[in-house]
Ligand binder design. Sequence first.
Ligand SMILES: Cc1cc2nc3c(=O)[nH]c(=O)nc-3n(C[C@H](O)[C@H](O)[C@H](O)COP(=O)(O)OP(=O)(O)OC[C@H]3O[C@@H](n4cnc5c(N)ncnc54)[C@H](O)[C@@H]3O)c2cc1C
Ligand code: FES
Ligand code: FES
Length: 475
Amino acid sequence: MAHSTRFLLNNTEIDSSAPPGLLVLDFLRQHQQLTGTKEGCKEGDCGACVVLIGTLDGKRLSYKPITACLMPLAELQGKHLVTIEGLNLDHLNPVQQSIVNSGATQCGFCTPGIVVSLTGLIMTEKTVIDQPSVKKALSGHLCRCTGYRSLKQTAEDLQASLSGTGIKALIEQEMLPEWFSTVKRRLRKLNRSLQSSNGSLQNNGKPQVMIAGGTDLYVQQGELIPDQAIHVLDNDPELRGIEEVDNHIRVGALTTFEEFANDRLIQKMIPNIEGYMQLNASWQIRNRATLGGNLINASPIADMTIPLLALKSELLLSDGKKERLIPLTRFYKSYKTFDKGASEILVEIRLPQFSDTTQFHFEKASKRKHLDIATVNSAICIDVEEDLIKHIGLATGGVAPIPLYLHETCHFLVGKPIELSIIKEALTIVQQEIAPISDIRGSADYKRLLARQFFIAHFATLFPEIIKLRDLYEA
Ligand SMILES: Cc1cc2nc3c(=O)[nH]c(=O)nc-3n(C[C@H](O)[C@H](O)[C@H](O)COP(=O)(O)OP(=O)(O)OC[C@H]3O[C@@H](n4cnc5c(N)ncnc54)[C@H](O)[C@@H]3O)c2cc1C
Ligand code: FES
Ligand code: FES
């Protein structure tokens, strides 16, 4: 039976038999002639294609800006897709007006995507509209004409024109079309009928490409996937959620970067998680990129894998019949080779519980501060009791063919006090454990230096009263 994807596109219900792996961007422009969504890089970098995806979760309907060039059509099942055309009114909406007022558009190619992202920001209830939040909303957008100063100035205009944020408030202020008030009811009805017709994409015996957020897959194989059989992992609710279970934290493999950073349990463990996350990708990509995809992509510089290694996470894998749990520190074997069977799905990541004395720190260097992959990244998770290191996890990316757990250095440090002489000794072991190569992101020597500086930065940040940066830089 041919698969069909049913969803709301702006104010219209769609039932499409187009290939499930077709890019949402191609569907909009080629099948629907909705050309307000622009095609720029088709790799998630420019933001010209940003659309809003509305998802109903119980009674809650929420919208996120994402890049349409990295999302398969099938994932729209039961959702609401909003394009720039769906946001238009018979007058300029406040976001469009603020862009005009700030002189923040010239050729206009980037403008629809920017309007969509900023609208996504103000559709979130209780959002504070200020320069940092507007900056975050603009993080996935490139503008080659106007520059970003005038775009950031839209924050003041928006502040002045909005008396409240959230869907209801925006409809009341005639800033969103009135039909938005019908969406929740229509999605509920659609989802009920999808449940009864079991509209998910199930394995039909053919090898399938497993798609989580698609942010790696579509960049690497964007042209090929529409012709292939796909398994959209989003259909499986078991892969979602973050919760405390027994003696660990269960993180569903489909947890996105943004969900991870915004989760209360995670924020309690890692108070600066939102700050660290700003260094990774853009808001629009973080709304799609999953922790599972980051781990299985097996990039030696993956920015979520390195912290998860330092945290000594475990992975729960399942082939549908059998489940097995394996420590992440033993998962990677060699470049892009890891301990997972072809039919196995990563179901969840288990994080150990933190004690009151556990501390975490992350460092990343890349060619650009934002929206760039790492040259070297590094994370530490450490527990010091009665002046001795009780537990320690250290991981560094970009210095080996795999995301590297520093087994020897950790082994050396356990049971030792935090003292300058010990840290200096440990630095020698770090340098023996790593084996960086020169590539486009930097020379082997530069990466060795970064690994060293990050190791020092971990201790100097977490134990500033004992380890002074100056002492070690002079070492
Ligand atoms: C513009 C841009 C910026 C980026 N910036 C960063 C960055 O700063 N830092 C960074 O680390 N990465 C970055 N990335 C890379 C990417 O976003 C991440 O690696 C992300 O975590 C991939 O997750 P995904 O869900 O999109 O994976 P997908 O692309 O869906 O999948 C990746 C691989 O994992 C497999 N897979 C996914 N989930 C599972 C599962 N549960 N079980 C079994 N197999 C699975 C897929 O089959 C595929 O082989 C960036 C990407 C883009 C496009
Ligand atoms: S086309 Fe550039 S982000 Fe999608
Ligand atoms: S206005 Fe031309 S690219 Fe932004």
